[in-house]
Design a protein around this ligand. Sequence first.
Ligand SMILES: *Cc1c(COP(=O)(O)O)cnc(C)c1O
Length: 412
Amino acid sequence: MPVSTPEHATTHDLTSAGFSTRAIHAGQDPDATTGAVVPPIYQVSTYKQDGVGGLRNGYEYSRSGNPTRTALEEALAAVEGGAAGFAFASGLAAEDTLLRAVLRPGDHVVVPDDAYGGTYRLIARVFGPWGVDHTPADLSDPDAVLAAIEPGRTKLVWVETPTNPLLGIADIAVLAAHARSAGALLVVDNTFATPYLQQPLALGADVVVHSTTKYIGGHSDVVGGAVVVADGAQLPVGLTGPTGTTSVADAVGYHQNASGAVAGPFDSWLTLRGLKTLAVRMDRHTANAQAVAAHLAAHPAVTEVIYPGLESHPGHEVAARQMRGFGGMVSFRTGSEESAVAVCGATRVFTLAESLGGVESLIEHPARMTHGSVAGTALEVPADLVRVSVGIEDLEDLLADLDQALAAGRDA
Ligand SMILES: *Cc1c(COP(=O)(O)O)cnc(C)c1O
């Protein structure tokens, strides 16, 4: 049975609408039955058929399709400028499904040399034993990426920009051209930048993935992931998908249903609620982060500040060209592991926690927390590195908190 793609009647054309209009309205027309102005939580597993095979709007069973999830998927596709969106139970579930849809044993993948730790673990430790090879490369150096691509064998170039936690910047348009000429797909993990600040598909990427757990959800209350596929994106040269086509969207849709790691209705609803305010939140995250970065750069207890919005950042010009703003993530070094750990333990407004992208500010020590799983690999991060996810609280409170924590770190 082919997967039925539920059809959602969109009454107004949003193709030329601005970002926030799409985020608030795409896939989210008032409910046909009641006029409810936001899509209801369709907490349901199955749907009455009008005679055998007589599906209403394509809905059959909620793994295959659920109206709340459809609303989220249409909104995600609209904000990324893609042809099809797919929502998953987590960012890693989204990545896993995409990788299974587009790779086969014997294939090779180029990965960032400071990729999100969980992405690296998935590719190296889960896909490795299934016969998928990988090469870490410094994505801020297009020649290094070109050197890592093995024509004929490399089927996918995985891009993060900015990277996590070192905030490296990759030139998406240049890497997309390199991937295309090798017959490989370019996938961009757009979690850090968000579709508001960066539009990878317009820059030539084939697929965007997200951990919607972060900025899109935005309130640290839901785990989710997304895959958005560019219009017309084709599987790597030589591969035909399970539906008999070479369409990436067909293959991902088939795998989403066949593997089943879908986003549930309540999670979809929360994520959609977050998406509506993404633009206003990102403006504030970005303004606060820029000010935090400047403040830290002038602080005697900080040896280096890494933020693409600083002119000292080697990727500043590329970031300025391909991003609307530089985002809410700032990393800095304190000179020693002890002081970095002490600073992380001394903040009062910044909460010591993994994850990022919520309205509240978070602080963490990557080497011992988020990036513990890559210790001893090419992706190991400096021991004196501190990463902050700058929230949307009042700036003065954030700066004062960092100052008192840095003072505590200096005494450590
Ligand atoms: C968190 C994160 C992921 C993984 O997403 P989950 O929702 O935690 O599964 C992938 N990429 C990046 C950049 C992330 O920050």
